[in-house]
Design a protein around this ligand. Structure first.
Ligand SMILES: [Zn+2]
Length: 476
């Protein structure tokens, strides 16, 4: 309702909100529907109060945004904080992780919480509420990851959906890490989950193929980082996606494919979406920026992730999916392991913790590679980094848009300034960087979270623990 948003510009503030602090951001470029227009934005308290020509208004604080972009805060629905995996734990906890997110223009995250041996599904939520207490700087939601598909767990699904965590994840691989769920169990999970108003997110890789490929490569002495990618060629992904599409057909369930990296998988999903199945994908920023050539480098283990990085043609195909809207959201899959841990894979690709830190890089990298390089429009950028994740993951209309009544999660970005991404300019918790020397166009100047200035240039403000749990509910 963009026209309503504009016509409410001169509206009288609601009764009772008069004493809340106000911030007026003047003359920024903002996305309204599919257009980019110059207008003012008034924040009052935690929310957006008005938009449009507010030249007649005054506020406690005014910011001149002439020549700058004023955008909804980024929403990253795929992060792994405090994640225990492959013999290590990710170094992004709720303080370091959400601080890096904020520096990178992201004001909401959804974190995965694995059901631990003996643990209930409800405990996955409890764990994250405890981990975030006194630490989270931005708002956060939780995706429980089901690792034990027994009757007790299935019985808990409605209650956990009702507790604001309607999106749950299962892995089709990582048997050794206790994560793999068999297809028959996935079907048993997706039925009650969909019925309760949830959505099943799947890590789509064919475990049988991987378990056959890895030992034979190792036996041949092919242990370097590039062979991680060779052990999981695109067919490994497309085979799993083919099976999921069949499950969607059989069950009528609601599915989401995390970190899509293969053009073949995108083709299958394109047909499935046309068929009317309830299934859609995300891709991640690293699949759009890095090709598998980096795995050939001496420090190639930095880029070991799953699915692996693909070739240039795959990158182009994924970009095309983003451009034409078949892929409507791009996440980070932030999985930040220390260099010491990544080194487990120095001589054995199969021992390297899979994952890249990316929570801070995602937004600026996608702006620079997408908008500044002319691949996508600014409205499409806002869609993939904020609006669609908010909509699909049950955070709209509070998040993902700047309309009256929305949370005032705002990024002010200078579209002209260039800078070099790397360990010195990023704030992530890893002691190494996958992003060294990348030239970026577009610099984040300020970030607000629910009306509070969180990032001001190089400074991070805000009290750890201020971030709130996002009680989510999916639409339709
Ligand atoms: Zn992930």
């Amino acid at each position: 309702m963009e026209s309503d948003a504009l016509s409410s510009a001169g509206a009288v503030p609601a009764e009772g909100s008069l004493r809340e602090p106000s911030i007026l951001i003047r003359g920024g470029q903002m996305v309204v529907g599919q257009a980019v227009i110059r207008q003012d934005l008034l924040i009052r308290g935690e929310t957006v109060a008005a938009l449009g020509d507010l030249s007649h208004m005054e506020a406690d604080q005014e910011i001149d945004a002439d020549g700058l972009l004023v955008l909804p805060g980024g929403i990253d629905t795929h992060v792994h904080f405090n994640d225990t995996f492959m013999g290590t734990v990710s170094v992004h906890d709720y303080f370091v992780g959400t601080r890096a997110a904020a520096f990178g223009g992201t004001t909401s995250v959804i974190d995965f919480s694995n059901q631990v041996p003996g643990g209930s599904l409800a405990k996955t939520l409890q764990d994250k509420l405890e981990e975030s207490a006194g630490k989270a700087l931005i708002d956060f939601g939780v995706h429980p990851a089901i690792t034990r598909p027994d009757e007790e767990t299935l019985a808990e699904i409605p209650e956990v959906v009702a507790a604001g965590a309607p999106t749950m994840k299962c892995y089709m691989t990582y048997r050794e890490d206790g994560l793999l769920i068999e297809d028959e169990d996935l079907k048993r999970i997706v039925r009650p989950l969909t019925e309760a108003g949830g959505m099943l997110m799947l890590h789509a890789e064919d475990n049988d193929a991987i378990e056959a490929n890895v030992p034979s490569l190792i036996q041949e002495g092919k242990t370097a980082a590039i062979y991680h990618a060779r052990s999981k060629p695109p067919e490994v992904e497309t085979e799993a996606i083919r099976r999921i599409i069949q499950m969607a057909r059989e069950t009528g369930g609601r599915f989401f494919i995390v970190h899509l990296a293969s053009p073949g998988g995108l083709e299958l999903l394109t047909d499935a979406m046309e068929e009317g199945l309830d299934i859609r994908p995300e891709t991640c920023a690293h699949y759009l920026y890095f090709s598998d050539s980096v795995l050939e480098r001496e420090d190639g283990i930095k880029w070991i992730c799953s699915p692996p990085l693909r070739d240039e043609a795959a990158m182009e195909a994924l970009w095309q999916g983003v451009v034409d809207g078949r892929i409507r959201m791009v996440t980070s899959d932030d999985a930040a392991y220390s260099w010491e841990a990544k080194l487990f894979g120095k001589d054995r690709f199969d021992r390297c913790p899979n994952g890249l830190p990316g929570i801070e890089a995602r937004f600026p990298l996608l702006y620079s590679e997408g908008v500044a390089k002319g691949r996508i429009s600014l409205p499409r950028f806002v869609e993939i980094v904020s609006s669609e994740p908010a909509r699909l993951f049950g955070m709209a209309p509070k998040k993902g848009r700047l309309d009256p009544g929305s949370d005032a999660d705002v990024v002010i970005l200078d579209p002209e300034t260039t800078w070099v991404m790397g360990q010195d300019t990023l704030h992530m918790g890893t002691d190494w960087s996958a992003y060294e020397g990348i030239e970026i166009t577009g610099k984040i100047l300020k970030v607000f979270s629910r009306g509070e200035l969180l990032i001001d240039g190089e400074e991070c403000l805000g009290t750890p623990g201020r971030g709130r749990y996002l009680h989510r509910r999916l639409n339709g």
